[in-house]
Design a protein around this ligand. Structure first.
Ligand SMILES: Cc1ncc(COP(=O)(O)O)c(C=O)c1O
Length: 446
């Protein structure tokens, strides 16, 4: 029998003992020991002392090539000189000031110049907040209330969007035209589900039918072009184009949630699709590591904010440090940088998929640009086209086995099968990752 879950767990516990001690101590004061539950790395979190370039250095004395990069935020790696310098200089000028400062307008201008669908931008503190802001704008603009989202799609942790069949899609009803939205957590009023319509990724027949059926009440359709909440699901170009056509025809605001995918290209992943939404939600990378949320969109839709018909204001909205760091990041993310990031992604995908096919192992790597997903499917040749596919077809225990073992051997993916690439990663880093992956996967199937 090959490498088992129990063995990889034993290796993990032995390697990250100090992390376990810190986790136990923190658990006395923080529910579950840390605030970002999505980290959820096996039996306990891995604690980090410092981070530089493409690496994090753990309290256990391990150096890990970081494919998490703060859940895709830190695309330039850690301690990027220009970002750090921008922050230091901004701190010297004073931050946390009630008046607006130059940086906010400058970041907004840069975003409008880069992203075709942006004519106006409003800043928030996080993408979760931006999601709720975008929804309010869509409701204010259309005078309608309902929201259509993809089953399993993630749009932050706030109540309006926390309805899905995820993470229980394997138990969910097969009737795709009537997926019943479930609150994703206790504490979310169940009656809010009345405002949610769940669509199925890459299934245009069902999605179009549902959008038409609810058109009179739908304020918006919101979707990630590539979603990372269960594996990685990339929408087909034809699917996205058709949704654009229908929403335009029916007077429904189309919102792309590019919180992660904004890092794919200069104009976001929407530039790869060649489709312009009415509104785009983003954040993560754009704040350069400081919390920032963004809603960008057409003058026509954003006009409800300009005219104060839709009101939204927060103490820290447009925070000076986040805007300064965001400017410093965007200045470095030029065509050469995107090409390098995306070519690393292509290389990992191609080499591992060719290898797994040759070896007849049901392991696949998928996704566009510099954020990839991987999965151990139950059978060879299975593909992941929806989150439902991921929950039904991927082998959860094998995913965990691999995540624990590869951390022991020096690499840190997101445990649920995500790989984010960063600019400081060297060709040798990528080679080492590919070879280590092959070793572990071979051992698992030996
Ligand atoms: C697509 C998407 N939307 C919204 C969010 C929420 O962002 P934040 O956690 O910064 O509030 C995330 C976070 O992972 C995301 O991936």
């Amino acid at each position: 029998m090959g490498l088992t879950y129990e063995q990889s767990l034993e290796h993990f516990l032995k390697t990250f003992q100090k992390s376990k001690e810190m986790s136990d101590e923190a658990a006395k004061y923080i529910p579950g020991s840390y605030s970002r539950r999505s980290f959820n790395y096996g039996p306990h979190a891995i604690y980090v002392n410092n981070a530089k370039g493409a690496y994090v250095y753990t309290v256990d004395g391990k150096k890990l090539l970081d494919f998490n990069n703060n859940f895709t935020v830190s695309v330039l790696g850690y301690q990027n000189e220009a970002v750090d310098q921008a922050l230091i200089e901004t701190m010297k000028k004073g931050f946390s000031i009630g008046n607006p400062t130059e940086e906010e307008g400058e970041l907004a201008r840069m975003l409008c110049e880069r992203i075709d669908s942006f004519e106006k931008v409003k800043f928030f503190c996080s993408a979760s907040e931006a999601c709720v802001g975008a929804l309010r704008i869509a409701r204010g603009y259309t005078g309608k209330t309902k929201v259509a989202k993809m089953e399993g799609g993630y749009h932050g942790f706030l109540d309006d969007f926390s309805f899905s069949a995820h993470p229980n899609a394997s138990k969910a009803d097969d009737d795709l035209e009537h997926i019943v939205p479930q609150p994703e957590s206790a504490g979310i009023p169940a009656n809010r589900a009345e405002d949610v319509v769940l669509l199925t990724q890459n299934n245009i027949e069902v999605s179009e039918k549902l959008i038409r059926e609810h058109a009179d009440e739908l304020a918006c359709v919101v979707m990630e072009l590539q979603s990372g909440s269960g594996g990685i699901v990339t929408l087909d170009k034809a699917f996205v184009k058709r949704i654009r056509e229908i929403t335009k025809e029916l007077g429904i605001v189309l919102i792309f949630d590019e919180t992660i995918t904004i890092r794919a290209y200069k104009g976001g992943l929407q530039s790869w699709y060649g489709v312009k939404p009415d509104l785009t939600i983003s954040g993560k990378t754009l704040g350069g590591g400081i919390p920032l949320g963004v809603v960008g969109g057409s003058n026509e839709v954003m006009d409800v904010v300009t005219k104060d018909i839709v009101q939204m204001s927060g103490t820290h909205h447009g925070h000076r440090l986040a805007c300064a760091a965001g400017i410093a990041i965007l200045k470095q993310l030029d065509d050469v940088a995107y090409k390098r990031l995306n070519s690393m992604g292509e290389r990992i995908k191609n080499e591992l998929n060719i290898w797994a096919k040759e070896k007849k192992i049901p392991f696949i790597v998928f996704g566009e640009s510099s954020v990839l997903g991987y999965a151990f499917t139950r059978e060879i040749g299975q593909t992941i086209r929806t989150h439902r596919d991921y929950w039904l077809k991927s082998d959860a225990q094998k995913m965990q086995t691999f995540a624990l073992e590869i951390a022991v051997r020096g690499f840190l993916p997101v445990h649920r099968g995500q790989l984010g690439l960063t600019l400081p990663m060297a060709d040798q880093d990528i080679t080492d990752f590919i070879e280590t992956t092959k070793d572990i996967v071979s051992e698992m199937y030996a």
